[in-house]
Design a protein around this ligand. Structure first.
Ligand SMILES: Cc1cc2nc3c(=O)[nH]c(=O)nc-3n(C[C@H](O)[C@H](O)[C@H](O)COP(=O)(O)OP(=O)(O)OC[C@H]3O[C@@H](n4cnc5c(N)ncnc54)[C@H](O)[C@@H]3O)c2cc1C
Length: 398
């Protein structure tokens, strides 16, 4: 049951489902927020542009840029859910984050320059926030931007830049005042990734795929006109755009229902002692527990959406949803591997691997979700402090 559905929203869902079935660029080979191989990028750009053209992305943008401000607030979530249900590509990159920043803080000139190119997907954006010494403690970032006339000169290093290898533009945070308290000396920029001095170096991950990158910035010149919001106010810009980007969360519920179905099928098809694993009562019990948690995950998302619509959000809603989803996602993939017995040790490339090694990859990648968007350990502290009002943990200065 959907807590907040209406006949209009369900009609919209049917329309989106048909659109996805007709235009989407095929099923993704891997789970998670992954970077496509370069050969897939033209099809993904085309698909993304079609989604904007049909009014299915950028829904909350101003009308003059193609937004539909009177749309139901959950339409963006429905689109994300239907993309997840089809197990196809969501738009790659950080355009939704960057556009949220541009809509809320950008100048009219910036919106006119950047939003149409996001709509046509001529510009894929990446998120240049994290650094080797600034992840959980993002405000510790050290990449410096120094003003020289009508430009800023940027030096530093970013890391974990998802889709940096495909990006045309970067949504960058850099320190513009080294003397101010650390949250107050940061500025947000729109960076042309083809600027001289930008070097993108792909990182190869545990999964064997290349989803994120290191980005080195060496004397990179950014026009002052590319500052998003005010100089030294970048922390507010970044936190506000992170808070506005919610539609992706909706897809997580759909994703896990699909994985659960695959798990049941796997248990039906995997023989243990000459019988399907699903006949074994311990297997059934574990799948039953996981199924219950998949329902709880969906209920948590529904609850958070409902509170958001009624303006009654609790500080811990998004935090708890993210922790619960990421741990359940790991446990589903883990059981998928365990069901395979010793075959679970085969690597993804092995022709004997079940489902072409999908479970192996999903298991390895599942760790990423427990870190991305805030490490679960850090989020638990936030739940304690913001959600439960427990005393603040002492912060040691490193
Ligand atoms: C799949 C993926 C995609 C990403 N994409 C991007 C991107 O496109 N752009 C971008 O800018 N960043 C991106 N990130 C980076 C992400 O935001 C950081 O990984 C995250 O903020 C954690 O920072 P860190 O990796 O430096 O870990 P650290 O901050 O070094 O933390 C390491 C571990 O230490 C523990 N820890 C740290 N601080 C505390 C604390 N206060 N209390 C308790 N435990 C603590 C936690 O267990 C944590 O897992 C991505 C990360 C992942 C995994």
């Amino acid at each position: 049951m959907r807590l907040e559905s209406t006949p209009e929203l369900e009609a919209f869902r049917r329309k989106v489902r048909a659109f996805v079935a007709e235009h989407a660029p095929g099923v993704k080979a891997h789970s998670g927020v992954r970077a496509p191989v370069p050969a897939l990028m033209p099809a993904i750009r085309e698909w993304t542009a079609k989604l904007y053209e049909a009014g299915l992305l950028g829904i909350d943008w101003p009308a003059e840029y193609g937004g539909r401000p009177d749309a139901h607030p959950l339409e963006a979530s429905v689109v994300a859910e239907e993309i997840a249900r089809a197990r196809t590509w969501a738009p790659v990159g950080a355009a939704s984050l960057a556009s949220a920043a541009l809509v809320a803080f950008g100048t009219e000139e910036q919106r006119a320059r950047f939003l149409p190119r996001i709509r046509t997907c001529e510009d894929v954006w990446c998120q240049l926030f994290s650094e080797p010494e600034a992840g959980s403690d993002l405000a510790a970032l050290r990449t410096r931007a120094v003003r020289e006339g009508e430009e800023f000169v940027v030096d530093g290093q970013k890391v974990w830049t998802t889709n940096g290898q495909h990006a045309d533009m970067g949504y960058l945070l850099a320190r513009t005042d080294g003397d101010a308290p650390k949250h107050r000396g940061i500025t947000a920029f729109a960076l042309d990734m083809r600027s001289p001095g930008v070097v993108v170096r792909p990182l190869r991950e545990l999964t064997g795929t290349t989803d994120f990158n290191e980005v080195f910035l060496d004397g990179v010149r950014i026009p002052a006109a590319n500052v998003i919001g005010r100089v030294n106010d970048g922390w507010r810009v970044a936190m506000s755009s992170l808070g506005r980007e919610r539609s992706g969360v909706a897809a997580r519920g759909v994703e896990l229902f699909a994985v659960l179905e695959d798990l049941v099928r796997l248990a039906e098809e995997t023989p243990v002692g000459g019988r399907p694993a699903l006949d074994d009562s311990a297997t059934r019990q574990t799948i039953g527990e996981l199924a219950a948690r998949v329902q709880v995950n969906a209920a948590l998302i529904g609850l958070a959406q409902s509170r958001m619509l009624h303006g009654t959000e609790e500080p811990a809603d998004a935090l708890l949803g993210k922790i619960f989803f990421s741990e359940l996602n790991h446990d589903l993939a883990d059981f998928g591997l365990r069901l395979q017995g010793t075959d679970g040790l085969l690597t993804e490339d092995d022709p004997e691997a079940v489902a072409e090694g999908w479970w192996q990859d999903a298991h390895l990648y599942s760790r990423a979700y427990t870190i991305a968007g805030g490490a679960n350990e850090v989020l638990r502290t936030q739940v304690a402090e913001r959600g439960l009002g427990l005393p603040r943990e002492s912060r040691h200065q490193g």
